[in-house]
Design a protein around this ligand. Structure first.
Ligand code: FAD
Length: 296
C-alpha cells in the first residue's frame, strides 16, 4: 500500500483547509471501510488522508419535537443509528437498512455519510433516506447548502460532493400521520454482502387507514444510482392499498428499473424481484402504519 500522511482536524473548517491546501492529493476518511479497501487495491493513492472522525458532532439521531425534523449526523456510525430506539420505532425503513450493513464490526466504524458519499448503486443507507424525503447538508469553502437526497447521486461513485466539501448532516422532514415504511436488502445472504437489489417503501394513509395519501418507492441496484420509481408512486396515490394495487405498482416499478446483468444477479431475475419485493414491502409498510396507529 502506498504511504500517506494521516491528518486529524478537530473542526470542519480545519478539515476543509487541510483538504484545500493539498488539493488533488487528499481524501477524507470517516470509518475507512471503503477508503481502506480502495487504498489496498491501489484504486486510489492519496498523499494525505484527512480524518473526519475527531470532529465533534452529535452521536445519536435527534428529533426536533417542534418541527418534527429528524437530524442524523453524517459522521454517525450505522451501529449508533441501529441502536436508536427512535429510529427503530418511528423510522423502521432506516432501521431495516442499517441493521444489515456488513457485520457489527463494520457497523461500529462505518458511517452513514461515507455510505452516501461513496455513492455505489448498492448503498443500503441511501434508499431509506431518499424514501424519507431526506436532505443532505453539505458544508464547503463557500458555506452551507442543502440538497434533496433524491438528486444527490449523479452516477456510480459520483455524487454532489465536490472538492473539499463535507457532508455534515441528513435532515428528514416531519413524518406524515399514519405512515409505515419498510426496506429489504435482497441477495444470496443477508449480511456481509452488498445487495443484489434494495427495495424501500414508505406509505402514508388517509384517515380510513386504507387509501394511499403518499407513496415513496425507492430502488437500489436497479439503475446506475438509487432512484424513486415515480410512476409506481403516482399509480398508488389515491388508491386503496391492497395486494392487487401493490402487485400493479410492483409491475410498474419493474418497468421503471434499468437493471443489468452483474456478478450478483442477472437482469431478468432482478426485474422480476422488483415486482415481488415492492408488493412484499408495501404490505409490511401497510401493516406497520396500521400498528403504529393502534399504538398511539
Ligand atoms: C466487509 C464489508 C461489508 C460491507 N457491507 C456493506 C453493506 O452491506 N451495505 C452497504 O451499503 N455497504 C457495505 N459496505 C461498504 C461500507 O462499509 C459503507 O459504504 C460505509 O458506510 C462507508 O462508510 P465509511 O465511514 O467507512 O466511509 P469511508 O471509507 O471513510 O469513506 C467513503 C468515501 O466517502 C468519503 N467521505 C466519507 N465521509 C464523508 C463526509 N462526511 N463528507 C465527504 N466525504 C466523505 C471518503 O473520502 C470516501 O471517498 C461494506 C464494506 C465492507 C468492508
Amino acid at each position: 500500500m502506498r504511504k500517506f500522511t494521516y491528518l486529524v482536524p478537530k473542526t470542519l473548517n480545519e478539515a476543509i483547509s487541510m483538504h484545500t491546501s493539498y488539493d488533488g492529493r487528499t481524501r477524507y476518511i470517516a470509518g475507512g471501510t471503503d477508503v481502506l479497501v480502495k487504498l489496498k487495491e491501489g484504486k486510489i493513492g492519496p498523499d494525505y488522508l484527512v480524518s473526519l472522525k475527531h470532529i465533534i458532532c452529535q452521536d445519536q439521531p435527534f428529533l426536533n419535537t417542534e418541527t418534527g425534523e429528524l437530524y442524523i449526523g453524517a459522521f454517525m456510525t450505522h451501529r449508533s443509528i441501529e441502536r436508536s430506539s427512535l429510529v427503530e420505532h418511528q423510522y423502521p425503513i432506516l432501521h431495516d437498512a442499517v441493521k444489515n450493513i456488513g457485520s457489527v464490526q463494520i457497523r461500529n466504524v462505518a458511517t452513514i455519510g461515507g455510505n452516501l458519499v461513496n455513492a455505489v448503486p448498492s448503498a443500503d443507507g441511501a434508499i431509506p433516506l431518499i424514501a424519507l424525503d431526506g436532505k443532505a447538508r453539505i458544508y464547503g469553502p463557500k458555506g452551507d447548502r442543502l440538497i434533496d437526497l433524491a438528486r444527490f447521486f449523479l452516477g456510480p461513485g459520483q455524487c454532489e460532493i465536490q472538492g473539499a466539501e463535507i457532508l455534515t448532516e441528513i435532515i428528514i422532514p416531519r413524518l406524515e400521520p399514519r405512515t409505515g415504511s419498510a426496506y429489504i436488502k435482497h441477495g444470496r445472504r443477508e449480511a456481509m454482502e452488498l445487495p443484489m437489489l434494495g427495495v424501500g417503501i414508505l406509505l402514508s394513509l388517509d384517515p380510513d387507514m386504507a387509501t394511499c395519501a403518499k407513496a415513496r418507492i425507492c430502488l437500489g441496484v436497479a439503475a446506475p444510482t438509487p432512484f424513486r420509481a415515480l410512476a409506481a408512486e403516482a399509480y398508488l396515490r389515491g388508491k386503496s392499498v391492497t395486494e392487487d394495487s401493490l402487485t400493479e405498482a410492483g409491475k410498474i416499478a419493474a418497468g421503471e428499473s434499468r437493471v443489468r446483468d452483474s456478478i450478483r444477479g442477472v437482469a431478468w431475475y432482478r426485474r422480476e424481484m422488483v415486482g415481488v419485493l415492492v408488493k412484499r414491502m408495501g404490505l409490511l409498510a401497510l401493516e406497520r402504519a396500521r400498528n403504529m396507529e393502534l399504538n398511539m
